[in-house]
Design a binder for this molecule. Structure first.
Ligand code: GAP
Length: 458
């Protein structure tokens, strides 16, 4: 696809998200806050469904338990984790237009291999915006700093967590002891993370506030290869099972010089976004970096003793780390389908491109829409009753405005798997028509059986 087609697709996704209540710019009535987004009524359902699916998948594995740790942590945590020192991006400023860029991104754009320590070399590159002279590369720490309590002094400095993982590491002993867990075991957590990204962008792909779904799997170091490979397969399969097209996903192992400061090896699960192949989720072998550092900085020995073999070791950690927002964006992009001329034969639809969001039923924000064929009271009364009955069990929508073809298309555009039409016959035979989003097949179902029918289908 040509570049402008790619941009076109992103524009369409952004517009759909706003128009249909998935995602809005944060603080929009004040002109918006750069790189911050609010999830609207449909967006929050989509995100909740993604999180619920992830949680269910992870927690249904043997020996995996959950945690919800606080965003604010003891400042020593970030010293121990290496984030204070190593969680930096190489930054350059344009001396002319004053714009700020990531040095590695400029290298990439100039066809140079991204060197993650570009500081050590001289490149003589120019500002990509105005061609001006660039400053030397500086390290810029990505953590957001704030103050705890009333006094704004250094002793009260605290950070918003840049990853949820550290909350799990510092609770390793609490969780292990309270549940008497044996290695291997995993701890999962979903929560907000914050990074003062230099170049956020591509809609919700890179933002300064985002949500992560992370798992830390504690293992015997001798089993690293086995679990590293196991979790790569599991995570890929999760996306495939939820309908992401196989040809759009690919693992890319990190080269030595791009590894994060904590990683021994890492592999990015990349998705073919309209703006290029980019990381969707990472699987990392963090070795004993985190537990050894926390042992050193906290003074608490986190060594594990195998109850059977009596072998003592610091567990290695295999981490799977994905962004909820990035996953939501990926599902939206992958599901977005345009059908020129539309699938229905009404005159208005033949002129237009029809959009169908082919989201998996499990993550579709609205599961069913109830549509009376006309606004006549005998139809709307039955329809309302059906809707009010369904809403107790499913996210349902009621829509009586505009022609029925247009209403179907409104639902297709937001990925609603089922539409129920109440017509004049419904009054007599107490039956409704249920239409399937993907096959467009229509079935006549007894009103009394609609709920069971949907429960089975969904
Ligand atoms: N604990 C390891 C860790 O945080 P990461 O590769 O920095 O690893 C993991 O981040 C995932 O979090 C990414 O694959 C991405 O899905 C998401 N993520 C990271 N930075 C993000 C940002 N600025 N905006 C949105 N999502 C982000």
């Amino acid at each position: 696809m040509a570049n402008n087609q790619h941009n076109d697709l992103m524009d369409k996704i952004v517009s759909l998200c706003k128009r249909r209540g998935f995602i809005f710019q944060s603080s929009e009535i004040y002109g918006g806050l750069n790189s911050c987004y609010d999830y609207g009524p449909l967006g929050v359902e989509l995100k909740n469904n993604i999180k619920a699916e992830w949680w269910k998948t992870m927690i249904s594995q043997e020996n995996i338990v959950g945690l919800d740790s606080s965003i604010l942590m003891h400042p020593k945590v970030w010293e121990a984790s290496g984030h204070l020192e190593g969680f930096t991006d190489p930054l350059v400023d344009c001396k002319n237009c004053k714009k700020r860029f990531r040095a590695d991104h400029i290298l990439e754009a100039n066809g140079l291999k991204p060197d993650f320590r570009p500081k050590d070399k001289k490149y003589n590159l120019k500002c990509p915006e105005c061609g001006g002279e660039l400053t030397d590369v500086r390290d810029f720490n990505l953590m957001f700093k704030t103050f705890m309590g009333a006094v704004k002094e250094e002793a009260n400095e605290i950070y918003l967590r840049p990853e949820t993982a550290q909350g799990i590491y510092v609770n390793f002993e609490n969780v292990r002891m309270s549940l008497r867990l044996k290695i291997p075991f995993g701890i999962v957590q979903i929560g907000k993370a914050f990074r003062n990204e230099i170049t956020p962008g591509n809609f919700t792909f890179r933002t300064r506030e985002f949500e992560q779904m992370e798992m830390q799997y504690f293992i015997n170091p001798k089993e690293t290869k086995k679990w590293y490979e196991f979790w790569q397969k599991e995570r890929l399969n999760w996306y495939l099972d939820l309908g992401i097209k196989k040809e759009n996903l690919k693992y890319r192992p990190h080269e030595k010089n791009e590894l994060a400061h904590y990683a021994k090896e890492a592999s990015d699960l990349e998705y073919s976004f309209p703006f290029g192949l980019k990381e969707l989720e990472g699987v990392h072998n963090r070795g004993d970096w985190d537990l050894s550092r926390h042992t050193k900085f906290s003074g608490q020995d986190l060594t594990y003793e195998d109850p059977e073999t009596k072998e003592k070791y610091l567990p290695y950690i295999i981490e799977t780390s994905g962004g909820v927002d990035r996953a939501a964006l990926t599902f939206l992009i992958d599901a977005y389908t345009e059908i020129p001329g539309g699938r229905t034969t009404t005159t208005e639809s033949t002129k237009e491109i029809e959009v169908v969001l082919k989201l998996d039923k499990r993550i579709a924000p609205i599961k069913v829409a109830v549509l009376p064929l006309s606004k006549k009271e005998n139809l709307t009364k039955i329809s309302k009753e059906i809707y009010l009955n369904l809403i107790k069990d499913f996210r349902a929508m009621y829509d009586e405005s505009a022609a029925i073809g247009r209403r179907y298309r409104r639902q297709d555009e937001i990925g609603t798997p089922y539409c129920i039409t109440v017509d004049f016959e419904s009054v007599e035979d107490k039956k409704v028509t249920v239409r399937d989003r993907d096959t467009m097949k229509q079935e006549r179902i007894n009103i009394a059986e609609v709920k069971d029918y949907l429960k089975e289908k969904l």
